[in-house]
Each structure stands twice: as C-alpha cells, then as structure tokens.
Write a protein that binds this ligand. Structure first.
Ligand code: ATP
Ligand code: MG
Length: 140
C-alpha cells in the first residue's frame, strides 16, 4: 500500500465542495487514513510550496492557500501517488482530462481545488507536514 497527500484547497472548502470532492476520491478506491481541517498562514503555505518560491505565481499562490481553510487528507491505495494525480488531472482545468476532479470542479490554474503529491518521496514529506504518526490510522 502506498500513501499520498491530498489538500482540499481554500476554493474547495470555501465553496462547500469538500463533500463532493471527497466522495469522488473515495469512489476511486482511496482510503482516508488521516484527515484534518487546517488554516495555513503565509509562513506555512510558503514553506509547503517552497519549491515554487522563484516562480512568478508564488506570492499569489501563498495568498490563495492561506486565504481560507484547507482540509489535509492522507490517502492510501496501491499506486496512490500516480493514481491520485491521474484522478485530479492537469494543473490547469482547461487542460485537465474529462472525468477528472479539476476538470469538473476547478475554476482556474491557481484555483484548482485539490493538491496531490507528485512523488512517493514527497508524499512522505508532505504527510508529515500535516500529520504525526499518531494521527494516521493503520489499516488492515
Ligand atoms: P499541486 O502541487 O497543488 O498538486 P500541481 O502539482 O498540479 O499542483 P504545481 O506546478 O506543483 O502544480 O503548482 C502548484 C500550484 O500552484 C498549482 O496547483 C496551482 O494552484 C498554482 N500554480 C501553478 N502554476 C500556476 C500558474 N502558471 N499560474 C497560477 N497558479 C499556478
Ligand atoms: Mg505540485
């Protein structure tokens, strides 16, 4: 079993789409092993997306991610990282494939509803950003 980190972003939580998006995630075979409502601030959002700190969209991204609550979700499934990226679709909803979560729910390249880890290694780092091992349920 592999784990990945999802974040339901402020556009998702703020528009009350969290239930619908979680429903899609569970229907695709992911098991929730950790779930937490969080409010990021400029510092924590900046650290989470530090890899993008030289990119022109970084400041706006940090403001967006700290502008309302997020829901951090640790997910488990065979091939979770790649399968979750496939489920959410391309960063820009205009380029996301039909049937993907971003295609259905996202409104712009920035406001794209959900984050997904991009590698198994980053998934481990990102899950530990939001959860201690005690917060994660061991599954059978
Ligand atoms: P995420 O890391 O959130 O899962 P991603 O891996 O598809 O998304 P990244 O390239 O890591 O995309 O970008 C991180 C986030 O920064 C995007 O999800 C989006 O919210 C924002 N972003 C990326 N590129 C742009 C851009 N060109 N303009 C505005 N926002 C952007
Ligand atoms: Mg990314």
């Amino acid at each position: 079993m592999e784990r990945t980190l999802a974040i339901l972003k402020p556009d998702c939580v703020g528009a009350k789409k969290s239930g619908k998006v979680l429903d899609r995630i569970e229907a695709a075979g992911f098991r929730v092993v950790g779930l937490r409502m969080v409010r990021l601030n400029a510092q924590t959002a900046g650290t989470f997306y530090e890899v993008h700190k030289e990119r022109p969209f970084y400041q706006d991204l940090v403001e967006f991610m700290s502008g309302d609550r997020c829901i951090a979700v640790a997910l488990e499934k065979d091939n979770a990282v790649a399968d979750f990226r496939k489920l959410i679709g391309a960063t820009d909803p205009a380029e996301a494939a039909d049937g993907t979560i971003r295609k259905e729910f996202a409104t712009s390249k920035q406001n794209n509803i959900v984050h997904g880890s991009d590698s198994v290694e980053n998934a481990k780092i990102e899950i530990s950003f939001f959860f201690s091992s005690r917060d994660l349920v061991e599954t059978a």
